[in-house]
Ligand binder design. Sequence first.
Ligand code: C2E
Ligand code: MG
Ligand code: MG
Length: 765
Amino acid sequence: MNKFYKSVKSISDKLKNIDKNAIRVSATVAVFFLAVWLMYLLHISNNTKRYRNVVDDFIMAQTERESEGISSAFDKRCTAISYGARTVSKVDEAYYREDLSPILTSLTAACEFEHVVFVDMNNKTYFEDGTVSADYDFSQFIDACDVGTQYMVLGNEEGILSSKSGFVIVAPVRYMENMRGYLIAFETYDNIVSISELRKEIKHDEILLDEKGDVLCRIMSDNSVEIPKRDVNFFDEAQSVMDAEEFNAFTTEYTECINARVPGKTLRKLGEGNTLLIYYPIKGTDGWAVMDCYPESVIIAITRSAEIEAIAIFVVIVIIMILAAIQIIKFLSGERRKITELEYLDGLTGVFNRNAFVNRAAEILKENKNLPYTMICFDVVNFRIINETYGHERSDVIIQELANACADAFGHNEAYGRLTADVFVALTLDDGEEGERIEYLEQHVIAKAREVYINHPIKIKRGRYEVTDVKESIDRMIDKANIARKYVNTNGTELSCRYSEELLENARKADEIESQMEEALLNGEFKPYLQGKFNMVENQVSGAEALVRWIKPDGKIVPPGDFIPLFESNGFVEKIDFYMLEEICKYLRRMIDENREVYRVSVNQSRYLLNDPEYVNKVKEILLRYQIPVGLIELELTETVFFHEKDRMIQMMNELKKMNVNLSIDDFGSGYSSFNILKDVPFDVLKIDREFLTDSVHTEKGKIILEKIVNMAHGLGMSVICEGVENEEQIELLKSINCHYAQGFYYARPIPMQEFMDKYNTPKN
Ligand code: C2E
Ligand code: MG
Ligand code: MG
């Protein structure tokens, strides 16, 4: 089969358009992927921007919430102290000691202050527990507090009256425009910081700034508060790392927001990289703010993880799409290959079909202009019979083996293919070894047939056409070889036929006949003629032979020699023979019914007929249908019937005999007559061939042989009739050797049935 694949490769050049299609598909897929890739990159960058905004907004919202918490804590305390100041103002000085204590205690408790104290105008300090002391000096807070204001928030860096440094809220206490003292609340920063998860999640600096920008405290990621050990001013620090222009822009922006009491954000370069600054004014204070500082790298890290995630998803999608595309391309090219195979390769055997063979043959002839080539068409003799007898499955094995053997029988510069059924074609070198090649094929097929228990003899016949003009179309060359194949005489030993123009004319006629035969049968154009058989001693008719005639609508009579061989090769003969048998039975029935003289009629049976396993039953059925009495029907067979499957044929003959059908051997002496057949087959009549008679009459030896045959047949219980008796000399000779029956023009020609009836089937009295 290697050779076969090489051949496939050679036509693959012709199929380059298929590769082109694959390239086109791949290019389209690549462009598609590129487009998807670009779109996705755009999508990612857009998404990153969007995601960055989302992260920014999220941070902003969280910061707002944290700042809001701190701001409200301040506000709540400021409101409480300013309210407390009004309450305290109503307390009579005489009862300060007793009445202030519960007020201060409830204020401390309500807002979780560290301490709330009242300082009167004499610098006496009243505590929650009712104690009064003159030892404390809160002048730094009192002096800083504007008398006209409701309250003031001030830093308590030293942690006066508090465990930690924090802030104080100072509220002047007035009664009727008279200053009575100051309510001072001490608070640590810890108490005003609300717990926030964001501080843990996104590491950032959160600081509380006073109106000057001094860092009051730093809120750590664990929500704890750290007080700077030294004085730190945020703006001083910022100025040291920012350029002047940027610093001015930042401070302006900041001041505007804080003054307007609205939050703000800005991205500024503080040191190494950018920092997102979010500031939020604290309610109740005068210019205090919460400032959150997020290094941009931290925010980018958050968006990057989302970006990486998106890219990873995209890469996975692309990989899946590529795999899917590969599968699609594979599938498409597989389908394409299948289509190509269907287009160029024979389905049953995998060898070239006609199309591919034509291409390859044309290539070979073009490449080897100077070499002599022969186109051969070959098939298995009587393959139709093998097919019908052994079934398609086993017969296909024969065809496949023939195809396989071709791979070794034909060489590099040769080609072969299958045309139809068992018909193969080959362009082979005219090297004198064509016969050997065919024999090689035959041996392989014979061996295979044995393997699958096909007993039918296998012979390969071939038609040949020698290529003379390389420009002639390959199709015509094939047709010519094929015509020659059809004219191989399968009865001969040389199973090959060379194409000639005469064959072409025959083939044309054959085509014409084949195109008309079915319709002609339906139209009753086939007519049985009857030729009388005579008893030469009594000079009386003793029977008849049915001979078919094709009477065309224009009245032209076509003799059987012009169509029976063709019908034998295409199988139509079976229909004709059964038709004839039925017509004769119909005729006999009519003669019986009309009470006329009836004679035995012999009907010719083609050897192909006997391959039908139902043959005997079909004959039986016809005879029964017309109720033909015993001895009126005789079936004429030629010895060629016994060439193949002799035993099965003999068995069939015996079955026919059981039905009381007479059997005659036709054309005895025309071929390779074997006397064995006479021994094995229960024939009733031996019909001596016309040619044999003509030849024998002229020589003494011939006469002796003829006499011996007649004697032998009589000895075997057969009657003998001689065909083609045309003159008295022959009659005399036949009579002298005891052959009493004759069929020939001397007595009667084949005549239409009606004429025969009128002449011989005379009514009985
Ligand atoms: P066959 O069966 O040997 O028929 C005898 C042939 O010899 C007939 O030719 C007949 O006309 C011819 N013949 C008879 N006497 C003479 C004579 O004295 N001189 C000459 N020259 N010829 C004579 P026909 O009718 O042309 O048939 C030719 C062959 O065609 C038959 O040979 C038979 O083999 C075949 N055939 C005819 N009808 C049928 C049919 O219905 N079925 C089949 N399968 N074959 C048929
Ligand atoms: Mg005959
Ligand atoms: Mg004959």
